[in-house]
Design a protein around this ligand. Structure first.
Ligand SMILES: [Zn+2]
Length: 419
């Protein structure tokens, strides 16, 4: 009798082992850095068990492993979205001001749940959410619901509220006599900055996001916000708790202060200059250009892309982005999704190529470079033995045609099939 039970247990474990082991055989693998032909991947449980040539893997494969032939397909690491706002939706549907001021947080959360699922199903198994834009700490609960398996979504790195200098953000241009809720948390001066940084970390922030410049006051042009000393203090406070600080910055002076203050990534950077790019290379600061956001906003304002001449802002962005690449700045992938539709994250990949990167470089940014930049390279971002089995399989070859990244066939997150 006892032997019988032992046999049952053994059979059970063999069966579950077999169910959890997959041998994926695509035409090619992009491992996060380069392309391998006739290479396959074995997933065991939630991890990548092996990545090797078909000839080596075919020999080593146990007979219980399920082989999945993926003809005409490319296998990649699950993509990493570097700049999203799951609590926002496209501004041509509802303006940013109205989303912040008129949409109930329950409604925004319901939307965020849908946005998270769309992001994951588009092949983005990890995402850095850079601020709830007025939805308080609601990203904390969203992240937990995903981790608990209640809802579908990417692994999240969250910023919670983000920090702004008083008066510098929006919604703005209301009567100065009334107090308007803001899209991020105001903080100024030593004690206040330390307290609010710590509070955001305590509530669940994986990183601190600051706005180093913004369009403020009646003049409407972007101007620096925090002093270098304030930025240094935020960075130091966050760092002592093991959290990085990242900055929205588009003016040369805002970027300069953020870089000297010790931030790890600069978001947008539209007016970066050769001096600024050089400084970023020297300090090892990553640049997340968010090309798709500007492209979307200008079209919402009436620009007919492909028909009309490119607006001045786009022409300038092309120039500054090219300068950054030529200077050797490390490029993060992140589109500022939310400005445009969640699930359409690939738009930024297409634009990186349109603005001068090769598809291989763009895909590196969306995988290994983002993993390195966000300190998650020991878990995700590459096809490598021992990393989590976050895998994207697309039809076609995105190395030759970047838009093939949209032809999603399968997404695996932690070894489990999502779609
Ligand atoms: Zn953003």
């Amino acid at each position: 009798m006892r032997v019988f039970y032992i046999l049952l247990v053994v059979l059970f474990f063999e069966k579950s082992f077999a169910q959890n082991s997959l041998y994926l055989k695509p035409d090619r693998v992009f491992d996060g850095e380069k392309v391998w032909e006739k290479y396959g991947v074995i997933i065991k449980g939630n991890k990548i068990e092996a990545f090797d040539s078909f000839s080596n893997l075919d020999k080593s494969v146990l007979k219980d492993v399920k082989v999945i032939e993926l003809k005409n397909c490319t296998l990649l690491p699950g993509l990493i979205e570097g700049h999203t706002h799951l609590f926002l939706h496209p501004y041509n549907e509802v303006t940013w001001d109205d989303q912040v001021l008129k949409e109930a947080r329950s409604y925004r959360t319901a939307r965020a749940v849908v946005h998270a699922e769309k992001t994951l199903k588009a092949g983005f198994t990890t995402a850095r959410d850079l601020g709830t834009e007025g939805a308080e700490f609601d990203d904390v609960g969203l992240k937990k619901a995903i981790e608990d398996g209640l809802i579908l979504g990417p692994k999240l790195l969250i910023a919670t509220k983000a920090l702004i200098a008083t008066g510098s953000y929006g919604p703005r241009n209301f009567s100065p006599d009334i107090k308007i809720p803001q899209g991020a948390e105001e903080a100024d001066g030593n004690d206040d900055i330390i307290k609010k940084t710590r509070n955001q970390i305590g509530k669940g922030a994986d990183l601190i996001k600051i706005y180093a410049d913004y369009r403020w006051g009646l003049r409407g042009e972007a101007a620096p916000t925090f002093t270098i000393q304030e930025i240094k203090l935020i960075v130091e406070t966050a760092q002592s708790a093991g959290r990085p600080t990242v900055a929205h910055a588009a003016t040369p002076e805002g970027m300069r202060r953020a870089i000297l203050g010790g931030v790890e990534t600069i978001e947008h950077g539209d007016n970066g200059t050769p001096e600024i790019w050089k400084m970023m290379v020297e300090k090892g600061v990553y640049f997340c250009p968010t090309l798709a956001a500007g492209d979307a906003i200008l079209q919402y304002r009436g620009w007919k892309k492909g028909i009309e001449e490119e607006p001045e802002r786009i022409k300038k962005k092309r120039v500054s982005f090219k300068q950054a690449i030529e200077a050797g700045v490390k490029i993060c992938f992140g589109g500022d999704v939310g400005v445009f539709a969640h699930g359409d994250n690939a738009r930024e990949l297409e634009m990186l190529v349109e603005y001068g990167m090769t598809s291989t470089e763009a895909l590196k940014s969306a995988t290994s470079i983002n993993a390195d930049a966000f300190h998650i390279e020991k878990e995700v971002g590459r096809v490598k033995k021992g990393l989590m089995a976050d895998i994207l399989i697309v039809e076609g070859n995105p190395i030759q045609n970047i838009s093939d990244i949209r032809k999603v066939k399968h997404v695996y997150k932690n070894g489990a099939l999502v779609n």
